[in-house]
Design a protein around this ligand. Sequence first.
Ligand SMILES: [Zn+2]
Ligand SMILES: [Zn+2]
Length: 345
Amino acid sequence: MLSLKLFGANDIRLIETAIPKINDDELLLKTDVAAICGTDIRMWKNGYKGVDNNNPLTLGHEFSGTIVEVGKNVSFYKEGMQVAVQPNIGCGICDRCVAGNFHLCDDYRAFGINIDGAFAEYIRIPAEAVQRGNLAVLPKGVSPEEAALTEPVSCAYNGFSKCFVKPGEYALVVGAGPIGYSHAMLLHMAGASVLMNDLSRERLELCKKFMPFIETYHGNDLEGFVKEWTNGKGLDIAITACPVPEVQAAMLPLMDYGGRVNFFGGIPASLQPVALDTNIVHYRELYLTGSTRSSIAHSRKILEFVSQGLIDIKSMVTDRYEINDIITAFENAGQAKGIKHVITF
Ligand SMILES: [Zn+2]
Ligand SMILES: [Zn+2]
């Protein structure tokens, strides 16, 4: 089968590998759709710990597939079932795992991060993932492509759920990539007015094209624009979906009293600490929140939203490729062309 392997920094290769063998407690999936994420691009550019010429890793953590082989000890799952896969596998024992937060486990493992992922024609699902609910059979009306996209949207949903969004609130999303796009869809679903901001006019225009309900701003006076857009009140919600310290700091003066800020995008450690005017948090009684990755429960919620027709997540897909063209797909995604790039098998 074909697999896209990471060998080190700036070294990905599409190579022929053996179809994985499974044991009695495992499943084999035929990959249906796998999407490229900013994390894949960072791992490609920077390399990743434990990955080298002798220990290459198949990338890809946003995916769906069809079960083609079932270990004899596996219950419930059957050949032919189409499933979405939540990539984060926890130890199952620690307090965070017991609370359902496998994505926060110290021993967290994930497909495409530290075990082989989905940019391959087949993928082995280890026993822990089979038994701990990482697979969800597609609900009615959910396509394999939408199932593959539930991972990034579920990460946005994790941040969204910390912002207590109410109808009629004013929400700003900075960053018009796939994650900003996901946030905008969820905020709109919850009844908020959504403003998006990004340095790239092209990406903002794409977002506006596929989500006509959003407002966009591109320019040097975000503060003035927000004032006018919110009738002088300021924002109820701000979400930073970009790795820029200045953007985090710039959110606080834009907030209305009781506003909620989610620092979604991480900041490179070399740029920490970020200087924030914490008096604004104090006097305006703001809530500063963070979020990272997503739980299985978050992912299943997104599958429900899609099944119910509440969000059109496939609208973010601007580019589709076959596995043979995956290097081109990585190059395009790396240059921030389009919004979401998916591989269809
Ligand atoms: Zn991702
Ligand atoms: Zn754990």
